[in-house]
Design a protein around this ligand. Sequence first.
Ligand SMILES: *Cc1c(COP(=O)(O)O)cnc(C)c1O
Length: 383
Amino acid sequence: MAEKKHGFATRAIHDGQEPEKVTGAVNVPIFLTSTYQQEEIGKNRGHEYARLTNPTRDALEESLCSLEGGTSAHVFGSGMAAITAMCTMMKAGDHVVCSDNVYGGTQRVFDKVLANYGLTFTYVDTSMAENVAAAIRPETKLVHIETPTNPMMAITDIRAVAEICHAKGVELSVDNTFLSPYLQQPIALGADIVMHSTTKFLNGHSDGLGGVLICTTPEQAERFRFVQKCTGGILSPFESYLLLRGVKTLAVRMKQHDANGRAVAEFLAGHKAVEKVFYPGLTDHPQHELAKRQQSGFGSMISIELGSLERANEFAKRLRLGLLAESLGGVETLVCHPATMTHAAVGPEGRAKLGITDGLMRISVGIEDVEDIIADLDQALAG
Ligand SMILES: *Cc1c(COP(=O)(O)O)cnc(C)c1O
């Protein structure tokens, strides 16, 4: 890996993104090719077929690996494709312990797809690390956590959970989508695998799907490279390019997301139409101290309780700048209603257990002028 000693912003711009060798092009070209000419039988120039390797994708994998401090990275066509690929390291009979408040799609692929192949899943509140210890069984192979969780913003102590996992010979994967490697470095805290929906902050411009697994061992690397080749859920050259482009500005974007997130959370906490604000940067967040210790910022994901579906919908309809949409992590402020959007598949009972009410709205604070974001939220809440 090139230039590990450089700072984050420098690595985001340069690692994996060296000028192209033939022409000196400063940007990594989009290699739109499915196959590669071979020099003679059994002799190629490092590439055989684009499901296995593609120079644009290879550059992206080197970049993301550097940013998370792993040993290799493997990109897939979406975050869900990455999670599914990760689970192929297990076999029927194996058991997974998972945060009870994970991304709705993660729980759906676990319970509705992978459970049919003999994997079993236990969901616990991983914000209390002792729950993880209690849930691990002899057949447990993986603990999968998200921190902060979506949409309740609960924090899990990555170091504490990693220690529990390693004492029992279990691997820990962390979905780092909400903070990006700029604000949280799970591998440095003991995680074995970091996963992202690159669709969100890493891309940052709401213009492409993607997912990545970042590894820490040669066995994982070999496994995930093999899975890319065998199952084929890889990221396209064009979307790899969009992501390379997005990552170059990750540091400046995340700084602004973090600053805007803090300001918007303070504003919402003081607003009389808002019953509760869920944001790890507020001192009344139950794990504020842990968030301060484990993260290098609080990010821009905020949930607010408005009291009823009616009031949530009134707020959503009145927004002018903020966009009512699924997804998060783009430069534009996006607002979503978890109960009917991201967590519809969890069902009413599942949502009640997690505290996801019909009056809960989630805000992904963008990097517009923060005064404009606050003014828009203020007028929308006035309804
Ligand atoms: C969006 C998201 C995913 C799924 O990623 P896709 O790219 O939509 O497949 C997984 N985890 C988290 C935390 C997400 O926000």
